[in-house]
Design a protein around this ligand. Structure first.
Ligand SMILES: [Fe+2]
Length: 176
């Protein structure tokens, strides 16, 4: 798209577009929505300077992404890359780490379910916020609460990944 084409779409001069491109000026806030629309991106992507492309067209549970809001505790599960905003901030996709000694997990078989215990404090300041078991076609998410138990029962069908999120230390993952 040329400067003139973009300028015409949002009703400014091509000189104005040139100024933005050469960092001699910034778009007026009232132009953010029309500018994002003309470029075919979201306002969040425009502000971040990062274009999110989800190449995972058919989606795949095993490529799940998780997002957690540090302000309100919201938890979001997506099947690929996306732009997530909560409480006024853009949330990065959580990077899952292998379980460490401070976030160890045990899995016991109880009839047709599996009893998951994360060996971790559950205080108001430091706790496991959610547990998710993801297989190729389904996800079971369990919300845990401070001062409760870091335990839950899950139907573990097939192979997949057990994810659990500590509000201080981030996302952990164990292959099952
Ligand atoms: Fe922790």
């Amino acid at each position: 798209m040329t400067q003139a084409e973009l300028a015409e779409k949002i009703g400014v001069s091509s000189k104005t577009i040139s100024k933005w491109e050469t960092a001699k000026g910034l778009p007026d806030i009232s132009l953010l929505q029309p500018l994002a629309g003309a470029l075919g991106i979201s306002v969040i992507e425009l502000m971040n300077g990062e274009y999110i492309i989800n190449r995972n067209v058919s989606a795949n549970m095993l490529r799940s992404k998780f997002y957690a809001c540090p302000i309100c505790g919201n938890a979001i599960h997506a099947l690929g890359n996306t732009v997530v905003s909560c409480c006024g901030i853009t949330l990065p996709a959580l990077e899952a780490e292998e379980a460490d000694d401070d976030h160890a997990v045990t899995i016991e078989n109880v009839e047709d379910e599996h009893f998951i215990t994360v060996h971790h404090p559950m205080t108001k300041q430091h706790y496991i916020s959610f547990v998710v078991f993801v297989t190729s076609d389904r996800a079971q998410m369990v919300k845990l609460y401070p001062e409760g138990d870091a335990q839950t029962r899950l139907q573990l069908r097939g192979r997949g990944y057990l994810y659990y999120y500590c509000n201080r230390h981030g996302l952990f993952r164990k292959k099952i």
